[in-house]
Design a protein around this ligand. Sequence first.
Ligand SMILES: Nc1nc2c(c(=O)[nH]1)N[C@H]1C(S)=C(S)[C@@H](COP(=O)(O)O)O[C@H]1N2
Ligand SMILES: [Mo]
Length: 333
Amino acid sequence: MTLIRIPQSWSISENQITPPRLYYNRRNFIKTLIGAGIGASLLPLTGCQGSTSGIGKSASAVELEKSINLPKIDSLTKNPNFQQVDRPIVAEKVAAQYNNFYEFGGTKKIWLDAQKLPIENWKVEVAGLVKNPRTYDLDDLKRKFPPEERVYRFRCVEAWSMVLPWIGFPMKALLADVEPTAKAKFVSFTSFYDPEITKGPGFHLGSLPWPYTEGLRIEEMANDLAFFATGIFGHDLPKQHGAPLRMVTPWKYGFKGAKSIVKIEFLAEQPATYWNTLDPNEYKFEANVNPDVPHPRWSQATEKFISTGPGLSWEIKETLPYNGYGEYVANLY
Ligand SMILES: Nc1nc2c(c(=O)[nH]1)N[C@H]1C(S)=C(S)[C@@H](COP(=O)(O)O)O[C@H]1N2
Ligand SMILES: [Mo]
């Protein structure tokens, strides 16, 4: 087993701390952009590769504290079925700086840029093939669906992983409230998008399939594991994790977990999704964690498990089928 310990996260270079999506995918993004005939817009994209991280600088340290210093969630139940994971929970401040949120950019400074997300008076519209279409505000959601904590493994398609203590409610509770009709076979989730606010370098280009969308089959949404997070680490969800409401599907690769959801739509047909539209060979709609199916450009057999500790450190671990959740979901496939 390889164990890499890096005591001070701010002493390492951007290449080491950028989850591999960006540099693994650089060629691919460039290809996509050129394919779309907007090669001249490459500068902002490649320009972000070398920018320095905000981690550890003192002004940023204050901002980081602010971003996670959020109201505690009272009357929280710890779901006893989802407390035990054979790996330690990541340090909160590591998780709060190690994000993907491409609307806000492609570097590891996203956590800071994401503070621009406006979450006041948030509304989530539920539409499509349901008996009770409706628009919830956050108070509705919190009142209707009492918060519980679930400790889940999290595995990004670029082969890093963590354990996170989410707070929220099971997706099946929402299903019971809105009652999909018999025609509903799929569901699509749309993230907040406003090109005036979500100005990620190179990523606000009109040719990319914004807004970020994801999708599930209805049976997947009804599975016990499928979860909506409104909090993490005992408090409300920080913006960089997708406040105020994001999806958590721990048996699937992390990109399935759309952040900052504004719309949920029930459909008869499989919806288009962000990464699958960008590159269907590399990002499948189903996207179940599977160590035996390599990504076209790297193996999925192992992962960099980001362990506890104040700095960034990781161990190489074997990746498990369905990310270890086969007993819950294998019957769906
Ligand atoms: N709207 C939106 N949702 C998103 C993403 C994104 O770029 N935009 N990135 C995805 C990817 S690739 C991952 S790994 C996770 C990261 O979640 P975290 O930053 O809370 O760890 O969010 C997912 N959800
Ligand atoms: Mo990811």
